[in-house]
Design a binder for this molecule. Structure first.
Ligand code: 4AZ
Length: 224
């Protein structure tokens, strides 16, 4: 789990997908320069003094990223680190899905971050995580936010459980067919947080595997 700071303030989540790349949302880096972005890995308490801050080399925003006032399209980006991160008991990568055809409907999944702990609440100091359930895109399209849902998005819904502002860019992880956690979503958008009939929306990682492979082709694979 990665915290992404903008001008020193917690702004977004992200995930380490190998020793050189952080996966996050497009809207988390859109319009930013590397000088404004700080990446913190292996954190729980955001205020802790012992921080691992790998320098950022490059921001790679999806070429077809775009945003509306509500929702984002192709909401995915990579942050390339200037040097490889050393893995430890607190820092290890999350692998991406192996089977691009799986749609995860009905799966329970974990979303994590330092985002708001409620719709009108402050950001979290300690990393939080919650379980949510993946719903089909068909069901999602029939909810109050449905008209904006495309095939490259993934929705979750579980009563009173959701990502919230500040969690954007962070991972949604589920147990894949081989029994390992894999990242199936990137926190993208929603209308408020945990509201009735308003699913949380994620970038659907399986739809971007070619983009991810191409843009991380100089990195080692994530090993499980
Ligand atoms: C946000 O503003 C945001 N309920 C992210 C996720 C969700 C809502 C808002 C999901 O970044």
């Amino acid at each position: 789990m990665v915290a992404i700071l903008f001008d020193g303030y917690m702004n977004c989540g992200g995930s380490l997908i190998n020793d050189r790349y952080v996966l996050t949302a497009g809207h988390c880096v859109h319009g930013l320069n590397v000088q404004n972005v700080t990446v913190m890995v292996g954190m729980n308490d955001l205020l802790t003094k012992s921080r691992l801050l790998p320098p950022v080399e490059r921001l790679i925003l999806h070429e077809e990223y775009s945003r509306d006032y509500l929702h984002d399209i192709n909401d995915i980006a990579l942050i390339k680190l200037a040097m490889p991160v050393a893995f430890s008991s607190f820092v290890s990568p999350i692998c991406l899905p192996q089977n691009e055809a799986v749609d995860y409907t009905g799966n329970l999944a974990i979303v994590a971050g330092w985002g708001r702990v409620g719709q009108d609440e402050p950001l979290a100091r300690y990393l939080r995580a919650t379980e949510v359930r993946v719903i089909s895109n068909e069901v999602c399209r029939n909810t109050a936010i449905g008209e904006h849902i495309s095939d490259s998005m993934l929705c979750t819904y579980l009563e009173k459980k959701d990502a919230c502002q500040g969690d954007s860019g962070g991972p949604l992880a589920a147990v894949g067919i081989d029994g390992h956690f894999e990242q199936i979503g990137v926190v993208s958008w929603g209308i408020g947080c945990a509201r009735v009939n308003m699913p949380g929306v994620f970038t659907r990682v399986t739809k971007f595997m070619n983009w991810l492979r191409y843009n991380t082709r100089d990195a080692n694979y994530c090993s499980r």
